[in-house]
Design a protein around this ligand. Structure first.
Ligand code: B12
Length: 212
């Protein structure tokens, strides 16, 4: 049976046609879905990111690895999401303006959905005003999540917090921020209500914020 290492190497090498079969085989053999995700797929994206930094791979390789991971995630999804979707309320999520990275955002959405929220995904490159519009369209929504992966787009997280406060939602709607360059200190600095470093803890944080 294919092990987690093989899944990691399939994502890293961008073998898009093989990934679904390999993930399915691992699941059938009893491999844990969270381990496949974290130790296989997420770890592989970390490795490819480091290679990119060292100029050992370039944007096309990043892109194909990302697409491979997305395909693998489709197989994994039903094993990660529980049956109680929507019971905890709505959660609006998007990647900030100027930023097209969506793997981390999609994982957070998946874990938040698993925790019982109905997720409204605004996609990538989302201007601050679009988050406010989405809140107006969903007046029962109490939580927003925004993702930024580039140091050059982190500032857009601040614009989102400000736009939400300016629109009169301060205190009523909690804003969670995240993404590789984001830290708790940065989240505090821009007045966000919550931060978490990964998708699993993002779901815990969301539950904590609606309880507070
Ligand atoms: C895949 C990838 C791409 C793909 C994205 C495909 C896609 N559909 O997402 C493509 C090829 C398109 C791409 C493009 C670019 N990329 Co890129 N990319 C990456 C890479 C390798 C992996 C990102 C990823 O998916 N990680 C895996 C996920 C699971 O982790 P994550 O995103 O961090 O998310 C987790 C947490 O951060 C957190 N989280 C994320 N969002 C949120 C939100 C909330 C609310 C919360 C609570 C938590 C949370 O939970 C997630 C799950 O655990 C990273 C390197 C790296 N290791 O991060 C570079 C990286 C982010 N990219 C980089 C760069 C420079 C670029 C480009 C500018 C390259 C170029 N010259 O064109 C462009 C920018 C395009 C744009 N406008 O956005 C740099 C950024 C450097 C910087 N400091 O700003 C990095 C760090 C690579 C590097 N080492 O230099 N990239």
């Amino acid at each position: 049976m294919p092990g987690i290492q093989e899944i990691a190497s399939t994502v890293e090498k961008g073998k898009i046609k093989l990934i679904e079969g390999i993930v399915q085989e691992a699941l059938d053999a009893g491999e844990n879905a969270n381990a496949i995700l974290e130790e296989g797929m997420i770890a592989a994206m970390g490795v490819i990111g480091m290679k990119f930094q060292k100029n050992e791979v370039f944007v096309p390789e990043l892109l194909i690895a990302a697409k491979t991971m997305k395909k693998g995630l489709e197989v994994l999804r039903p094993h990660l999401v529980s049956g109680s979707v929507g019971k905890k309320g709505k959660f609006i999520i998007g990647t900030v303006a100027g930023d097209k990275h969506d793997i981390g955002k999609n994982l957070v959405a998946l874990m938040i959905e698993s925790a019982g929220f109905e997720v409204i995904d605004l996609g990538v490159d989302v201007p601050a005003g679009r988050f406010v519009d989405a809140l107006r369209e969903n007046p029962d929504c109490r939580l927003i999540g925004a993702s930024a992966l580039l140091t050059t787009t982190m500032g857009a997280l601040k614009s989102i917090v400000e736009a939400i406060h300016d629109a009169g939602y301060k205190g009523r709607v909690k804003v969670m921020v995240g993404g590789a360059p984001v830290t708790q200190d940065f989240a505090d600095l821009i007045g966000a209500d919550g931060y978490s470093p990964d998708a699993g803890s993002a779901a815990d944080k969301a539950l904590e914020l609606i309880a507070s």
